[in-house]
Design a protein around this ligand. Structure first.
Ligand SMILES: [Mg+2]
Length: 225
């Protein structure tokens, strides 16, 4: 599926790719609606509809990913509320093995995330994987989400990479579209970003279930030095 000999740079998304998207889905679809309903004395259904209405218009923008934006807009302390369900933050299967092998290879390994810095910190407090990366790039710092071409141009300016020899793994197809438009050749998505939801069958990009399917050294869990 992946010809590792033709890849020098590996760009990896965080939520839904390295980490189980269950935490994020549970927080935004269940935990927050419940607290928002209590705060405004409305039903759970009304709360979900209200939140959906407010958030959907911002999808794919930096605001959508910004905890500060939602804390202010909803008048709720989103980072603190996220901590209440931090026990749901987990790595996806084979993430550590995959990152270990990549780390010990010649390749440049970069985390590229739309997650807000506060979200990143909450997650890395629970499952710190940052030491496996050559760099962690937060799109808020580049002032453009991965969905926009500006992100890739700024990423290139920050640390040059050859799009033809670059692999991006990301569970969001609009982001893979954006990377493809920029010229990144090797693109993979995840078939089950949220462990508690059904496997996706309608992805437009080649997909994997777990990283053990694409281990650079062929064998999952094998340590290469
Ligand atoms: Mg993602």
């Amino acid at each position: 599926m992946i010809d590792w000999n033709s890849i020098d740079t590996v760009l990896l998304d965080m939520d839904g790719t390295l980490l189980d998207l269950h935490f994020d889905n549970y927080f935004w679809m269940e935990h927050l609606p419940r607290l928002y309903a209590e705060k405004h004395q409305i039903s759970q259904e009304e709360s979900s509809a209200h939140l959906h209405q407010q958030t959907s218009s911002k999808q794919g923008t930096l605001d959508w990913y910004s905890l500060d934006h939602w804390s202010e807009r909803l008048d709720m302390d989103i980072p603190t509320l996220k901590l209440e369900v931090r026990h749901l933050i987990n790595l996806r299967p084979y993430t550590t093995e995959f990152l270990t092998q990549l780390h010990h290879s010649h390749r440049d390994v970069v985390m590229v995330t739309n997650a807000h810095r506060k979200t990143l910190n909450i997650k890395m407090d629970k499952v710190d994987i940052t030491h496996w990366f050559d760099r962690v790039v937060v799109s808020h710092d580049l002032d453009a989400p991965k969905e926009e071409q500006a992100f890739w141009h700024k990423l290139q300016a920050l640390h040059p990479f050859d799009p033809k020899r670059t692999l991006l793994i990301d569970d969001t197809e609009s982001i893979l579209d954006s990377a493809q438009r920029y010229g990144i050749v090797h693109l993979l998505t995840l078939l089950q970003p949220d462990s508690q939801r059904q496997k996706r069958i309608d992805t437009r990009f080649p997909g994997i279930h777990h990283f053990d399917e694409i281990m650079p050294n062929g064998v999952s869990g094998e340590k290469h030095t």
